[in-house]
Design a protein around this ligand. Structure first.
Ligand code: B1M
Length: 236
């Protein structure tokens, strides 16, 4: 990343949109939560849609953090700071994304699987689903199969969503689905899975209804599968 001259104070509101987004990538990289929050507010004031701010400025910046983490340039403490800055920006966008006034079209229980503490992607999916009119019950991180089963029993959702970011934790999704099959519950729910290391083939192999590449796809897939379920119930 380009080093900023420490003597030179950058006034975010004086940057044009492209420069501001570039600066936000740097600020996210450096874990500067207040600057990220300010950048988000400026872009919103300039008429950017909340979803555009989320995907272009925040998710875009996090991608760079992820690449440098992978390459051993950034380490866990720095990535935690970046994640904290990202969450600051997301907190501003959350009510705006949820502000559609759409009627509730379904309910989803979602959580990150056992052994995995990554929650940014899952939180984003929850936000977008809420914005699209779903009621979301977020179980947080590190969920064992019992936690999912209890929540399904308690909440009676239409959809179970699971997130995993590690190749070592993604197989746990199959443990959950196999347990649902063994307990005769599998067909009562739509099961959606997501997370960076997954793909469609994996989703199929573990018996999920669909793999969702990102939060927008999760929303579209959830809507389509709920509609299909309603149609087949109506037919018969
Ligand atoms: Co982690 N980490 N991490 N980490 N971390 C990854 C995942 C990694 C790919 C980094 C790398 O090497 N490039 C790598 C995994 C490698 C692998 O398994 N092959 C990795 C590693 C190795 C680790 C540790 C093991 C590091 C260590 O300790 N040595 C450790 C594990 C801890 C654990 O979980 N037990 C660890 C720790 C951490 C932090 C705590 C520092 C932090 C997490 C903070 C937090 O989440 N609160 C962190 C972070 C931030 C990352 C990266 C950099 C960014 C993840 C992220 O938030 N992305 C990540 C690199 C990367 O993914 N490129 C990395 C932004 C987010 C918006 O995208 O989560 O993919 P994503 O979500 C998307 C889609 O995937 C999808 O929609 C979302 C929105 O569009 N989606 C769903 C996700 N879940 C869904 C659920 C659905 C539907 C769609 O259900 C319906």
């Amino acid at each position: 990343m380009a080093e900023n001259d420490p003597e030179e104070e950058i006034i975010l509101s004086e940057l044009d949109d492209t420069e501001l987004v570039e600066q936000m990538f740097d600020d996210l990289y450096d874990g500067m939560r207040e600057e990220i929050e300010e950048g988000v507010r400026i872009l919103l004031d300039r008429g950017w849609a909340p979803y555009r701010v989320l995907t272009e400025a925040l998710v875009g910046g996090m991608k760079i953090v992820g690449e440098d983490f992978r390459d051993g340039i950034l380490f866990v403490p720095e990535v935690l700071l970046a994640a904290n800055a990202m969450k600051g920006g997301m907190a501003i966008l959350k009510p705006l994304l949820a502000e559609t006034g759409a009627p509730t079209i379904g309910k989803m229980v979602i959580g990150t699987v056992k052994g995995d503490i990554h929650d940014i992607g899952k939180n984003l999916v929850s936000m977008m689903m809420e914005g699209a009119g779903f009621e979301v019950v977020d179980l947080g991180i590190n969920n064992a199969v019992e936690s999912y089963l209890e929540a399904m029993e308690r909440e009676k959702p239409d959809i179970l969503g699971m997130s995993a970011l590690l190749t070592t934790t993604m197989p746990y999704m199959k443990v959950v689905i196999d347990t649902m099959v063994a307990e005769g519950l599998r067909d009562d729910y739509i099961v959606l899975v997501g997370g960076a290391p997954l793909n469609e083939e994996f989703g199929r192999a573990i018996g999920a209804d669909a793999y969702c590449r990102d939060a927008a796809v999760a929303v579209e897939t959830a809507k389509a599968l709920i509609a299909r379920r309603h149609n087949s119930l109506a037919a018969g």
